[in-house]
Design a binder for this molecule. Structure first.
Ligand code: NAD
Length: 301
């Protein structure tokens, strides 16, 4: 579907900015990608392949622009984001909607110095942004309802599934759940209950495959809430509830075990195995999403 009238700017050409621009270019949006680092811009252009032909890459935020929206997708650092959104506001018309692709920083904190915070909101995409359907839409306390509505409409035009939060909480919804899962996973590894490979197998091929078809609440409905309650009563006292990161995680990071990009995390990786995994994952994700969207939830609100 073509959306010739939509004009967008993506600020930050890293992992997320690149796939955001790819998504928009594929949907016929006129997109400009801005990054202060020329090497990053060139890497972004190369990784977009043929899609880059319709994208404009620049190191400068142009002044007096009138795009429909700008998405800030720079480094997850509050001071950097505050500075970038202020620069964006100074460069665009008052009618332009400004979005932040933060993973979970308070929207009001990022937009604290904006002149018009009513046109500012969070749109949390998932990696790769051109494939994963959900976008968490997070209004700040000043965001106008009409701005949320317009952002959702544009996201739908881009083929996304916007999910609006009522209230901004740290980590929004997805990262809170992801971190709750990982806290327990790391605790199980630390206690020696299970090895990494077996843990991944258990999660991927049990709750993982099921959750591709049903959200957790729908899944529990199907299973029976009484059963869930009985298990919750005896299990919760034993679950990890610490309020700081696991020592195992701190140790790995201190040792440089940062994951695939560093050659080692829980597993060992080569550049080839990482690239192969990422390519295969992109293709497989599209097949899983196609199946998930066919398998509509049957319950009613
Ligand atoms: N990587 C993920 O899986 C993921 C998923 C969802 C959301 N996010 C969020 O998306 C945002 C970007 O993440 P990423 O993984 O793409 O990071 P990244 O480090 O790959 O890219 C960030 C880019 O911002 C650029 N940048 C920094 N300051 C800038 C400035 N003043 N002007 C223009 N460009 C500037 C950097 O040069 C870099 O290229 C973060 O807020 C992150 O939390 C990331």
């Amino acid at each position: 579907m073509q959306h010739d009238s939509l004009q967008a700017v993506v600020v930050g050409a890293g992992t997320m900015g690149t796939t955001l621009a790819k998504l928009m270019a594929a949907q016929g949006v006129h997109v400009v990608v801005v990054d202060t680092n020329p090497q990053v811009l060139e890497a972004s252009r190369l990784s977009m392949g043929a899609g880059a032909a319709d994208v404009c890459f620049t190191t400068q935020l142009e002044m007096n622009q009138t795009p429909d929206f700008v998405i800030e997708s720079v480094t997850e650092n509050i001071a950097i984001k505050q500075k970038v959104v202020a620069q964006i506001e100074a460069s665009v018309a008052d009618t332009t909607i400004i979005m932040t692709n933060t993973s979970g920083i308070f929207i009001d904190d990022i937009g604290s110095s904006l002149r018009l915070p009513q046109r500012f909101l969070g749109t949390h995409f998932f990696n790769p942004a051109d494939i994963v359907p959900t976008v968490e839409v997070v209004p700040g306390s000043h965001t106008e309802a009409a701005v949320v509505e317009t952002a959702c409409r544009w996201l739908k035009q881009l083929g996304k599934r916007p999910a609006v939060l009522n209230t901004c909480v740290p980590g929004f919804v997805a990262n809170r759940i992801q971190h709750a899962i990982m806290r327990e996973c790391l605790s199980l590894l630390e206690k020696g209950v299970v090895e990494a490979e077996a843990l991944d197998d258990i999660v991927q091929y049990s709750i993982g495959v099921r959750m591709a078809l049903n959200g957790p609440l729908c899944q529990r409905d199907l299973n029976g809430l009484d059963i869930h309650l009985n298990i919750a009563r005896y299990l919760y006292p034993d679950l990890d509830s610490r309020d700081e990161p696991a020592a195992l995680l701190e140790d790995y990071v201190a040792q440089g075990r940062l994951g695939a990009k560093a050659g080692r995390g829980f597993y060992r990786w080569s550049q080839e195995s990482r690239a192969q995994h990422q390519t295969q994952e992109r293709e497989s994700l599209q097949r899983i999403i196609a199946i998930a969207t066919q398998h509509e939830q049957k319950g009613e609100s």
